[in-house]
Design a protein around this ligand. Sequence first.
Ligand SMILES: Cc1ncc(COP(=O)(O)O)c(C=O)c1O
Length: 399
Amino acid sequence: MNNYHHHTLPVNDAGYYGRFGGAYIPEILHHNVEMLTEAYYRYIDDPQFNQQFNDLMRDYVGRPSPLYRAGRLSELYNTNIYLKREDLNHTGAHKINNAIGSVLLAMRMGKKRIIAETGAGQHGVATATVCALMGLECVVYMGATDVARQQPNVERMKMLGATVIPVESGNMTLKDATNEAIRDWCCNPDSFYVIGSTVGPHPYPEMVARFQSIISEEIKSQLKSHIGRENPDYVIACVGGGSNAAGAFYHFIDNPDVKLVAAEAAGLGVDTDKTAATIQAGTEGIIHGARTLVMQTPDGQIIEPYSISAGLDYPGIGPLHAYLASTGRTKVLPVTDDEALRAAFRLTRIEGIIPALESAHALGALDKMDFKPDDIVVVNLSGRGDKDMHTYMAYKDKY
Ligand SMILES: Cc1ncc(COP(=O)(O)O)c(C=O)c1O
């Protein structure tokens, strides 16, 4: 096995996190994935690559994103709650971190056409944005259900010059869009596939986690300057495929004093058939090129997931998170639609911040935990709620 670099993640060179991960791909993609792996390890520690990445993070995305001590929220829970404001990034979510890293890599590889899948539309918007910036062609696959419920993001992608292709198979959400994006990549090996989360075959989960790791890198230095210590007691993040959580956890994974909490979308409840809580409801299987936990029937048919949040509505989970949950390193808390909505309206009213529905699941987890008055709790606010106004308006009289 090649010993490419020192791993910060619990992953081996074949892309396994314990028994999860790997690269289960059709023959036709082998060459593509090999070229990508080779380019990723060639550039990820390259000073010029990192200089360009860091310059764009600062001047284009607006990083570092603030670490804000939410005073009234802290008072409510009688503890110290800090919000990592990924919602303030250009394009409104953490997705831009990975889109920039991945597109810079695509350019190093000489690629001119970029493919992406999207659920909530945030990854699609981020990718379309970076393609506009770099003058590259961009094709985004999006389930027809999500096209309908995330309309503002569809219009943004089109205005940015991307081609948005609605996908009509399955329940017409993220899984189906990912299938189509992989199909496109098979037919167009000269294109570069920018995956929006820590899913897919190796090296994607590792690569996306690495580009998102800037989140925990900043949390450490920001906490240090706020309170004189680098490590919080808790880091809480929502998990769809797992990229914002991977980024928020990354530099704390090795430190057992920092408790890591992953909030999954329970939908109408983990015991109902309307859920997307894959770690709770899933069993081991293979989806989109990785061995991980999958919501499936005993004979391996995918069970259609459900969540009010388009970004969490996925029947798989990144292999890193399957592994961290299996070893007990993360605590996994399912949060229902109702609990997430309640948390979103509350944050809006007491802090003046409208969170994305996805991020609202991380906030919903606060009610399921017990804190001490001197605990330091970081919640990763992965995105802003502008794209979800349509859904919030439908519930405004209930909460
Ligand atoms: C704001 C926001 N948060 C979280 C997610 C979930 O993705 P991940 O688990 O990869 O962070 C999405 C996905 O679309 C999103 O838009």
